[in-house]
Design a protein around this ligand. Structure first.
Ligand SMILES: Cc1cc2nc3c(=O)[nH]c(=O)nc-3n(C[C@H](O)[C@H](O)[C@H](O)COP(=O)(O)OP(=O)(O)OC[C@H]3O[C@@H](n4cnc5c(N)ncnc54)[C@H](O)[C@@H]3O)c2cc1C
Length: 350
């Protein structure tokens, strides 16, 4: 397809001799060891695609006029209302914004763990190093798989906000979509990230402990808000329920996988997306809580408008994006026969 300013070539090594490095059938494990930095780098591309497409779509939605708002004229002095008055356009812009800022917070969360890991090396604390290394290993496939899929969605929304003008080269939106399309493929496809997450990190290496550990972090944050009758309290309770559901999902897949060898492969991408939605919900709740605290204390470096936008974007995320986790939950637990029963020769029968 072609990415921006990047000549892509295919090289065929006909009749060449390959040399196996390492043990046979252990290649994927070895590959993941040295691919971690690249995978987080690609996750950042997902965030960048979301941010860039939002930066393109927002001014267009404020300038371009089309029809009148269904709730009545918003700009009566103009021939029509700007796109941004239409609820569906706001949905698209807020989705891009929620992905870009939520994704950025997830990447910063991972960067903090990486810093703690390197500090542990400096201190010569092996146990601490392993703890942070495991934690980063858990984040990595979620960041890579989920943020690139969501970055691609945001890039597609960039085209959609522009309507037909998005499809042509002039406004730059289609180039972002083409660039974003690669990110779900290279450095390991979403399918491979999902197998790494569910098969290796969650089931084989930790028997669900990495999810339980992350749940502990979520619940520690949510606990002080548990009884609050405020939007923040409601957000934290929703998050706590999702955390419990994440552990139930993990346990159910673990039990089924012991009887059905197709279970992990059948559930993995939905499990990864479910994990991504809950992890992003944690980072949105964290941002909203911090914004509310700084708004109330007046001690923040940013304006009150900045904090209000953070809180309202978090509310949008919880109301409109997080519910998608339900679909992934059900799909991950569907019987494996749904994907496995059809014989290969029946695939092309219309
Ligand atoms: C623009 C671009 C640049 C690239 N640059 C580089 C580079 O610089 N260096 C480099 O080494 N590589 C590079 N790649 C290669 C890239 O990393 C691979 O294309 C990518 O990892 C997918 O591997 P594959 O193409 O062999 O797909 P395949 O492994 O054939 O996968 C095809 C499909 O099957 C699925 N699949 C495969 N195996 C399984 C399984 N066991 N279980 C479930 N699903 C499975 C995949 O998820 C995918 O959907 C580049 C690719 C592109 C598109």
């Amino acid at each position: 397809m072609g990415i921006a300013a990047n000549a892509t070539a295919v090289l065929n090594f006909d009749g060449a001799i390959g040399t196996l490095i390492g043990e046979p059938n252990k290649g994927l494990e070895a590959m993941f060891t040295f691919m971690n930095t690249a995978r987080i780098g690609t996750a950042i591309q997902g965030v960048a695609h979301a941010e860039l497409s939002f930066q393109g779509a927002l001014p267009y939605a404020q300038e371009r006029r089309s029809m009148r708002a269904l709730s009545g004229k918003k700009e009566p002095e103009q021939v029509a209302d700007a796109l941004i008055w239409h609820p569906d356009v706001r949905r698209m812009l807020l989705t891009q914004k929620a992905i870009a800022e939520g994704g950025r917070a997830m990447v910063y969360g991972a960067a903090k763990i990486a810093d703690q890991m390197f500090n542990a090396v400096t201190e010569g604390d092996q146990a601490k190093y392993k703890k942070y290394d495991d934690e980063l290993g858990f984040y990595t496939p979620i960041l890579k798989g989920f943020l690139t899929e969501m970055g691609l969605e945001a890039a597609n929304l960039g085209i959609q906000v522009f309507g037909g003008h998005g499809y042509i080269g002039e406004h730059g939106m289609e180039q972002i979509a083409r660039d974003a399309r690669i990110s779900t493929l290279y450095e390991g496809t979403t399918g491979i990230q999902a197998l790494d997450l569910l098969g290796r990190k969650v089931l084989l290496n930790t028997k669900g402990k990495c999810v339980r550990d992350f749940s502990g972090t979520i619940l520690r944050m949510a606990k002080p808000y548990a009884l609050q009758r405020t939007p923040m309290g409601q957000m934290m309770r929703t998050l706590a329920r999702r955390t419990a559901q994440w552990n139930v999902l993990t346990t159910l897949i673990m039990l089924r996988a012991s009887k059905d060898r197709e279970q992990v492969g059948s559930s993995s991408v939905d499990y990864l997306m479910y994990s991504g939605f809950v992890m992003m919900a944690y980072f949105w709740a964290l941002q909203a809580a911090k914004a509310a605290e700084l708004f109330a204390s007046g001690k923040g470096k940013e304006s009150n408008d900045f904090y209000t936008a953070k809180i309202q974007t978090a509310e949008f995320y919880f109301a409109r994006l997080l519910p998608r986790a339900d679909g992934h939950y059900s799909a991950a637990l569907a019987p494996t026969s749904a994907v496995m029963q059809m014989p290969q020769e029946l695939f092309q029968m219309a």
